[in-house]
Write a protein that binds this ligand. Structure first.
Ligand code: ATP
Ligand code: ZN
Length: 291
């Protein structure tokens, strides 16, 4: 039985590909909790929220029925469950594609080549919808797992399955033919949340924190000193969120420049800054950015 103790509940995947990133996101929002896979609930110590650990497939129904107020789940699951629950935020992890693959040596190239074939999948609804949109008539073989083996077992001629790196597909003598759906983890909310004043407010608080930590992802805070005459050149190099902060220094010929930069351009930018006359360059991690 799921207890209803009046606290908000967020459903996350108990154990799987989304678990670690879901927990990391909640911790990055400042939530303190001990996560135990074995127990259904992990209470937050500093927020009126319990974390509910369940199978990812159950998350849309739990949230729709209000058993959980919020949930973190893949868009692929939402689509397959024909869920109409509103997505509050895309979370930028758990990225994968639902793709149709065919045997490497087959001659199939276009989506229309799938006409008349048997396609094995654990995503029958999503596939049905895709085939309908593309006016392809194929037989959908519903499978419950190990989809990639279906062609070699002659259970199907093609498969429709989740692909992230493509290694499994290749290892099983298959190649991808087309993408059915691009997916990532998203935050969903029960329709009831908006009707309850307290829950609505708590959800908004949490959402601000989530957006803040998503904004900060992959970004660094950069500080440097520069001669006044090099300032324009340095400002032109900095790809900033907004214009950089310029701080005067005791030496009136010098200024300090503070800015946010993306992690992946950092080394490139730093070399250019140094060449332009910057010194004392310091780069620190950012936990959150509240706009
Ligand atoms: P559960 O026991 O909770 O039902 P599961 O085996 O169905 O777990 P996982 O394989 O852990 O689920 O995948 C969870 C989600 O992670 C998927 O629904 C999808 O959104 C995402 N995902 C990201 N990359 C992959 C991948 N390579 N294969 C499968 N899912 C992936
Ligand atoms: Zn699952």
């Amino acid at each position: 039985m799921l207890s209803s103790n009046g606290r908000m509940k967020i459903a996350i995947q108990r154990s799987g590909r989304l678990t670690e990133d879901s927990i990391a996101l909640l911790r990055a929002c400042g939530l303190e909790f001990e996560f135990q896979k074995q127990s259904l609930y992990s209470p937050c110590k500093n927020f009126d929220l319990d974390i509910l650990a369940i199978r990812d497939d159950d998350i849309p129904e739990y949230v729709r029925d209000g058993v959980a107020d919020l949930g973190i789940v893949g868009e692929n699951i939402l689509r397959e469950r024909k869920s109409k629950i509103p997505v509050l935020e895309k979370l930028g992890f758990g990225s994968c594609k639902l793709m149709i693959s065919v045997p490497q040596r087959s001659s199939y190239k276009a989506i229309t080549d799938l006409n008349g074939l048997r396609i094995g999948t654990t995503y029958p609804h999503t596939l049905k919808e895709f085939l309908r949109q593309h006016k392809v008539k194929a037989e959908i073989i519903k499978l419950s797992g190990s989809v990639e083996l279906a062609p070699s077992l002659d259970v199907a001629d093609a498969i429709c399955d989740i692909v992230s790196t493509g290694t499994t597909i290749k290892m099983n003598g298959l190649r991808t033919l087309c993408t059915v759906l691009e997916s990532q983890a998203v935050l969903i909310a029960s329709p009831d949340v908006h009707k309850d004043k307290k829950k609505k407010k708590e959800t908004e608080r949490l959402l601000i924190r989530i957006r803040g930590s998503l904004q900060a992802r992959g970004k660094r805070y950069l500080m440097l000193n520069a001669p006044l005459e090099a300032l324009e050149k340095i400002k032109a190099i900095l790809p900033s969120l907004k214009s950089p902060t310029i701080v005067p220094l005791a030496d009136t010929n010098m200024v300090a420049v503070h800015s946010v930069i993306a992690e992946d351009v950092f080394w490139d930018v730093m070399e250019k800054l140094k060449a332009a006359g910057a010194s004392g360059i310091i780069v620190v991690p950012i936990e959150t950015i509240i706009q």
